[in-house]
Ligand binder design. Structure first.
Ligand SMILES: [Zn+2]
Length: 322
């Protein structure tokens, strides 16, 4: 197995022969512009973007797709380093917790390609590491849809594990291991990872499945909607899958988390007894009390995306015993 440095040296030798390679300044400008464009297109990284939209970016008048057709790593011909890396969407029922993507230091990992055409692609990612060029990480949330995480830095390679080490911040490339602050930093990094990748990806997947509507009341306004976990992701059973999620409007999310509103394993809404006895204004009467015994108004079309009755049962038991 070649070491990262050996692979990079080979890449540099290959580069010497390459024609029309952009200057480093141009590659930096390309990345800045692509990320600014994505910021607008994705509502500051919160919304998913389609494969089609990712092909529409233009750099200096020329269309330059941000996603490779068919390969995980996108390196435009004139670039030295990978511009984007992709993680494919995992079909429902085969999801794994996002912890699988993290190393013991809490930082995410990206698997090297292992097929016959992998050499150039893996070298392109190593070039991003060597040249300190940020990359765009496209995380599949549904067929043809991606949550975009940017900028992401490639800060290391673990050839023995066939993977690269990623970070969200150049500061994370500081050596963590062996330092007395390691545990504290690891906790911070893990929390950051959760917020930066898990939450937006989870939100996009849930919003797509529920067509951006509250499961309980069918409210459609995206800014008033949350992707709620049935079993919190901090728990052992908290899985990063749509079947552990519900699209809920802010008020129903808060009511669900406060134990005022429960959802039974057969998809019916229940309101806590003492709350049913309260008298309040119209929102409370219609939006809370009026829902008691009603079925969910919105559930995902795909069976595998629907709320998992076993997870609902666990949460419902807590609601009933409160
Ligand atoms: Zn609602």
């Amino acid at each position: 197995m070649e070491t990262a440095q050996q692979v990079c040296r080979v890449a540099y030798l290959n580069l010497r022969d390459a024609q029309r390679v952009m200057s480093l300044e141009d590659e930096q400008a390309l990345r800045r512009e692509a990320m600014a464009w994505l910021t607008v297109r994705t509502n500051d990284g919160r919304d998913a973007i389609s494969r089609e939209d990712l092909t529409q970016f233009r750099f200096r008048g020329e269309r330059l797709t941000l996603i490779d057709q068919g390969r995980g790593i996108r390196k435009p011909a004139a670039c030295r380093a990978a511009l984007s890396i992709m993680t494919v969407h995992t079909p429902p029922g085969r999801e794994r917790p996002y912890n699988d993507m993290r190393g013991p230091d809490g930082l995410p990992r990206y698997k090297m390609r292992a097929d016959s055409r992998s050499g150039a692609d893996n070298r392109a990612v190593l070039q991003a590491l060597e040249l300190h060029l940020p990359v765009i990480w496209l995380v599949g949330v549904a067929p043809g849809w991606f949550q975009v995480v940017f900028p992401v830095f490639v800060i290391g390679a673990e050839p023995e594990l066939d993977q690269f080490v990623l970070a969200y911040d150049a500061a994370q490339s500081l050596p963590l291991l062996g330092s007395p602050m390691e545990e504290v930093l690891r906790h911070y990094v893990t929390r950051e990872t959760r917020q930066r990748v898990h939450q937006p990806v989870f939100r996009s997947m849930v919003m797509l499945a529920y067509q951006t509507q509250c499961a309980v009341c069918s409210l459609r306004h995206s800014q008033l909607l949350d992707a709620a976990h049935i079993i919190p992701d901090s728990d052992e059973g908290g899985i990063a899958a749509v079947r552990n999620g519900l699209a809920l409007c802010k008020i129903h999310h808060a009511a669900y988390d406060a134990g005022i509103l429960g959802i039974s394993p057969d998809y019916h809404v229940a309101i806590r007894d003492d709350v049913l006895a309260e008298v309040d204004g119209p929102l409370f009467e219609h939006g809370i009390k009026g829902l008691h015994g009603q079925p969910l108004m919105v559930t995902p079309r795909r069976r595998a995306d629907r709320p998992d009755p076993e997870l609902l049962q666990q949460r419902y038991a807590d609601f009933l015993s409160a």
